[in-house]
Design a protein around this ligand. Structure first.
Ligand code: ADP
Ligand code: MG
Length: 141
């Protein structure tokens, strides 16, 4: 399987509850490597741009408010089939529907406050990684 990179975000509910280490322990135990990482606060403009695909959805305004409500950790994960594999490890968008052992089942609070983001395709992963990182910030093993 191809080695891929994907964008991971530890969302404001995760940083607020001091869960960044626990979530990253799951990702690393499952074999994904964190090859870039930074903690930041999204501006409203950045959050709107990042989630532009959802701008017509009813929850868009709330989603943006939530994403700017506290710090996030953005990171690049690397591994075999990393995009789809990371989505499996994250679990379903709604923690109530997420499989046992997934990050959203373990740590998600609600369909909105669901602890983590992960790119949903290799094309989007490329775009989302570029949104936050330059080449010199990504350091492979
Ligand atoms: P995913 O993060 O699993 O790819 P989506 O791309 O559909 O899910 O949605 C992006 C984010 O918007 C979700 O992770 C969640 O934080 C929020 N969200 C999705 N659906 C809802 C909803 N029905 N109500 C409130 N927030 C939602
Ligand atoms: Mg999505």
């Amino acid at each position: 399987m191809p080695i891929e990179r994907t964008l991971s975000i530890l969302k404001p509910d995760a940083t607020a509850r001091n869960l960044t280490g626990k979530i990253n322990a799951v990702l690393e135990e499952k074999g994904l490597r964190i090859v870039a990482q930074k903690r930041l606060r999204l501006s409203r403009r950045q959050a709107e741009a990042f989630y532009a695909v959802h701008r017509e959805r009813s929850f868009f305004g709330e989603l943006v408010e939530y994403m700017v409500s506290g710090p996030v950790v953005v990171q690049v994960l690397e591994g075999e089939n990393a995009v789809a594999y990371h989505r499996d490890i994250m679990g379903a968008t709604n923690p109530a529907n997420a499989a046992p052992g997934t990050i959203r089942k373990l740590f998600g609070e609600s369909i909105e406050r669901n602890a983590v983001h992960g790119s949903d395709s290799p094309e989007n992963a490329e775009k989302e990684i570029r949104f936050f990182f330059s080449d010199i910030e990504i350091v492979a093993a």
